[in-house]
Design a protein around this ligand. Structure first.
Ligand code: GRF
Length: 215
C-alpha cells in the first residue's frame, strides 16, 4: 500500500514553517524563494539548502543568506544503486537534523526513492518546467520544442512515488515562440516559475491547500 499524503501544519508569521530547499544547478529558483521570504514577514523560512554537488552555483545563494548550506556529492567506490542510496540517506539525515518541515525541490535533478518519498509525502514539493502531465522527465524544453506545441508552462506538484506524477497544485502557461531554442524557452519559463513557486509555497504553508487524493 502506498503511503498517504500528509500536508504540513498550518504555519503563521509568528511560527513559520521551516523549509529545506534542494537544488542541483544555478539556483535561480532558490534565489526567488529567498527573496520572497526576505521581502516581508512570511509564514515560512528556509533553514537548509542542499545540493547534490559541491559545485552547484546556487549554493552561493544559501550561503549569502546565512542559511546552513551544503553540497553533498555522491560517494565514490560504490555500485550505482548503493551509491544512490548512501547519498540519499545523507540528504535525509541532514534534512531531519535541520528540523525542516517541508522539502522543496527546486531544480533538484535526482529521482528520490519510494522510501524517501514515503517519509515526506505531502510535505515534498516540486516544480517542473512543463504543463504536466505533458512532457515529464529531465528534458522538458527539448521535448516541447520537438513536439511543436505553441504553449508550455510550469507545474507545481506534490511528489509521489512516480516521476513528475504527483497531485498538481498550480500551473501557469508560457508561450512557445517560433524562434525559440531550449535556452530561450527555459529562460521564459523560469521567469514564471520564480513567481509561481513562492506563491504556492506560501499557500501550502498557510493552510490554503487541501487534498482529496488519499481517499
Ligand atoms: C527550473 O526550470 C526547474 O523547473 C527545473 O530546473 C530548473 C532549475 O533552475 N527542474 P535553477 O537551478 O533554479 O536556476
Amino acid at each position: 500500500m502506498e503511503a498517504p499524503f500528509v500536508l504540513p501544519r498550518e504555519a503563521s508569521i509568528e511560527d513559520p514553517l521551516r523549509l529545506a530547499v534542494l537544488i542541483s544547478g544555478g539556483g535561480s529558483g532558490l534565489s526567488s524563494i529567498l527573496s520572497f521570504q526576505s521581502s516581508e514577514p512570511r509564514c515560512h523560512r528556509t533553514v537548509l539548502v542542499l545540493a547534490d554537488s559541491e559545485n552547484a552555483g546556487g549554493l552561493e545563494h544559501g550561503r549569502r543568506a546565512g542559511i546552513t548550506t551544503r553540497g553533498i556529492p555522491l560517494l565514490q567506490g560504490l555500485q550505482s544503486i548503493e551509491r544512490r542510496l548512501a547519498h540519499e540517506s545523507i540528504i535525509l539525515s541532514q534534512i531531519e537534523s535541520s528540523g525542516a518541515e517541508l522539502v522543496v525541490l527546486s531544480g533538484y535533478m535526482r529521482i528520490l526513492t519510494p522510501s524517501f518519498v514515503a517519509k515526506w509525502k505531502g510535505r515534498l514539493l516540486n516544480i517542473h518546467p512543463s504543463l504536466l502531465p505533458d512532457f515529464p522527465g529531465a528534458h522538458a524544453h527539448r521535448d516541447v520544442l520537438s513536439a511543436g506545441v505553441s504553449t508550455t508552462g510550469c507545474t507545481v506538484h506534490l511528489v509521489d512515488e512516480g516521476v513528475d506524477t504527483g497531485p498538481i497544485l498550480a500551473q501557469r502557461e508560457v508561450p512557445v515562440l517560433p524562434d525559440d531554442d531550449e535556452e530561450a524557452l527555459q529562460e521564459r519559463v523560469k521567469k514564471v516559475e520564480h513567481v509561481l513557486y513562492p506563491e504556492v509555497i506560501d499557500l501550502l504553508c498557510s493552510g490554503g491547500v487541501s487534498l482529496e487524493v488519499n481517499g
